[in-house]
Write a protein that binds this ligand. Structure first.
Ligand SMILES: [Zn+2]
Length: 177
């Protein structure tokens, strides 16, 4: 079948699709439903909830299991109690959120490849997570149009540039909390 009369926007839509505006931590299979008491708070890894003020505030802002709901207590307990149950991508995204200020994650279908893009409220860094026999993280400095450590997700320069440009476009649309 020969496709004709597609305009540029339609062609782009076929190749790039934002499949999710949030990242939700998958259920941890086999995790205890008991609430873990800490000195000040109660942390539940089954429901992924905490009794602290930050968590309760985040509940109003983000959907269930959204990575942005995770407070420092949940973060700490996830790694001390459930490290073996957490998937690799969730671990990387959680570390990126707590150590590098990632504040939004989008899932994108990019030329049939799944890419998670981590946006940072502060600074001009964008993180890309691509599954290449295991998840790998790539960093792009958007002000300088530079891939950090010259490490790029694809062998194809045009694809790398298009992905970087897409992230800039998406960044402009984000309303940071
Ligand atoms: Zn908490």
């Amino acid at each position: 079948m020969v496709r004709i009369s597609l305009n540029v926007e339609e062609q782009k839509r076929e190749k790039i699709e934002i499949t999710s505006d949030v990242y939700q931590i998958p259920y941890l299979s086999g995790i205890s439903k008991k609430t873990i008491k800490t000195s000040r708070n109660g942390v539940n890894l089954y429901s992924l909830s905490c009794s602290c003020k930050v968590y309760r505030q985040n509940v109003k802002l983000y959907p269930r299991r959204d990575i942005r709901r995770v407070c420092k207590h949940l973060y700490e307990k996830l790694f001390s109690e459930a490290d073996h149950l957490l998937d690799e991508l969730s671990k990387m995204l959680l570390h990126n959120q707590f150590w590098f200020g990632q504040s939004n994650v989008k899932k994108v279908l990019f030329y049939k490849r799944v890419v998670f893009i981590g946006f940072h409220k502060v600074g001009n860094i964008v993180s890309f997570f691509v599954d290449q026999d295991g998840w790998k993280k790539y960093l792009y400095e958007s002000d300088l149009n530079t891939w950090l450590e010259s490490s790029m997700p694809f062998d194809n320069d045009l694809l790398n540039t298009e992905l970087a440009n897409l992230s800039k476009e998406l960044y402009r649309q984000i309303k940071f909390n």
